[in-house]
Design a protein around this ligand. Sequence first.
Ligand code: G6P
Length: 369
Amino acid sequence: IGAEIGDHAHYLIKEIDEQPRAIERALRGRLNERFATAHLGGLNLSTREAREFRGVRILGCGSACYAGDLGAQLIEDLARMPAASESASEFRYRNPVVEPDMLYVAVSQSGETADTLAAVQELQRKGGRVIGIVNVVGSTIARQVDGGIYLHAGPEMSVAATKSFTSTVSAFALLALHLGRIRDLSPTEGRRILDGLAALPGQIAEILEAERRTGAVVAVAGEIVQRRSVLFIGRRRGYPVAREGAQKLKEISYIHAEAYASAELKHGPLALVSPDLPTVAVVPDDDLLDKNTSTLAEIRARRGPVIALAHRELPTDLADHTIVVPKNEPELDSILMSVPLQLLAYHAAVALGRDVDRPRNLAKSVTVE
Ligand code: G6P
């Protein structure tokens, strides 16, 4: 998990491959089986303080913000607290209402992003309590916040976030479990999440291994690179996965990509669907499966090519390609679903001969406004 590239062609694929270990490190020492909860020593919050928060607001930029979207859903699901994620850059330019009974969470891999830091400072000036989810130990944001969770994912060198994204979502699951267990979440439910978390590293290794064996994602990437634009869709937890997948593809391959919440298709982008515009759809086997398959049918009726991420092979009348991903608990499936989308962006960028680790016009951490 060091900063050496070793035998890897690019840092990006090295960091994708490191995810089983990165997540293991994010979870290490934090799974408390006895009390079916998460042990998070760095939060600096007493149980009493943590119980008194009425809700959670999450701030970050780029992939950190999308990971925050998944974090908000985890907190709402497991802790039953209202939670929302917002881009830190938008937040700082508003005149935000800072509520004393809100828990604010700043998310940043580098801990140096200027917009995120400015949001933290503005919050603190107005009396907000801010914790951080940060990878780089001792970074500016890590020092500025009142406590938090370090990812321990190891250095992330490639500009595009990969292991920091999945580690951040895993850290949010720990936070949600902790907040849930001091509220209404039962020990049985707590154990279900603990078991799910513990299974993640092995399941990510399975995804990576399956790709080495079958090259399924490489094949799909070969088709994607022929297109000018790709649509990514998902519902609920699938939507931030789609947003992150679209971001990854556009930033490293320069293919235009746009993410939509599936139900929003009919409010605009369905007009674009044609044999020229492929859709990548996140289709977990959960209570929304029927809704998601009927969206696919609408796309197919307009002869749009479909690539699905699913828990089992979908019939060919719904999807041209299914990338099958192992199943975890519904709250955690998004972590696994995002891995093949990282591979898709990577292989598309490689096929197009892009500068994978240093995409044009972008910086790893944006320390200017
Ligand atoms: C830059 C990077 C992104 C990253 C974002 C936030 O735009 O290119 O990959 O998600 O900054 O970075 P942070 O270090 O705050 O997580």
